[in-house]
Design a protein around this ligand. Sequence first.
Ligand code: SDX
Length: 372
Amino acid sequence: MSEQEQPAIHKGLAGVVVDTTAISSVNPETNSLLYRGYPVQELAADCSFEEVAYLLWHGELPTDDALLVFEATERENRPLDPTVKRVIDDLPLTAHPMDVVRTAVSVIGADDPDAEVSTPESNLGKSVRLFAQLPSVVAYDQRRRQGLELVEPHEELDYAENFLYMTFGEVPDPVVVDAFRVSLILYAEHSFNASTFTARVIASTLSDLYSAVVGAVGALKGPLHGGANEAVMHVFDEIGTADRAEEWLDAALAEKRKIMGFGHRVYKNGDSRVPTMKAALDALVEHYDRADLLELYTTLENAMGERKNIKPNLDYPSGPAYSLMGFATETFTPLFAAARVTGWTAHVMEQLASNSLIRPLSLYDGPAERHL
Ligand code: SDX
């Protein structure tokens, strides 16, 4: 290929369409997000997280009977796997909570006698098991770091209520439960984001579903991706009060720092999910009487808009919302993982069905051929 014919390089695959998917549509032109055709805002307003998980996996919302069967299966799979608990107990409290999630998924897979069985039915079963187990893993890991004992799941509670119950030992106010449910639905799926595409690459080699999810957890941990919601709270803690926000931002931008919770590779006029999550945050601010936090949130958002014209992404309202709910900051990204495991596994099953290896090209720019 001559110099003139050098191929265009799409660093970070920015703007590159690599495949089709029927699971979700992220449309920056209309600033919209559809899960299997349904606007995510409608799902967040009217559905349980269980219904949304079912929709992502099956392509349709469940009938009443199908929902009852699915809910019963999820609740049966909630109790923390004893092998997983033993392994978590052996991990140091200094381990990053996303490393605990990554390890737990790996152990659940290694412990599954059908791990290598890759029929659609078997993979759906694995997906539901991970869906049910991750709240137990995340809740227990937060509690053990606080010197608290495991709280067994409560089978009368729905997914969101039970997740909060296992974390805090009680079901909080309905305002908190609803904000948490909304966050899970908004975090569930977002087409070929870095962690989902990681899972698809692993699935494209016909490796097992658990290996694909372990890879996705590793990708989500990064602060440019899922780790941003935790990083947003560190920024808020660093700034302290709203009157210090502009000074802090000017210094941070002068150091060329990326401000966590702002910007997006696909959305360029704001993340379609933010208004819905911001409304949930507003409800929490009112419930906990934290106008100070909202003032800091708004001041930093306005300052970022004035200086860089860059808008918040979903992690910006989610960070303070999870903080108000009482989650430890280092637990925020594991919450994202617990929600996104639905999207990841839906994409793994879609990729396996397409049976096509993902293997892009590279343009060599190392030393010319030479000999010893
Ligand atoms: C998620 O893909 C998904 O869908 C992800 C996600 C999902 O649901 O799966 O939506 C979840 O990961 C949301 C993003 C969370 N990450 C953060 O909040 C980290 C902070 N954001 C940035 O790192 C950045 O905005 C990215 C990584 C999210 C997107 O960056 P791009 O598209 O690669 O854009 P870029 O880094 O090339 O930035 C373009 C310009 C640069 O300025 P110049 O060098 O051209 O002068 O905008 C600037 C950047 O410096 N910029 C920022 C910024 N984001 C972009 N400057 C300061 N702070 C920022 N946050």
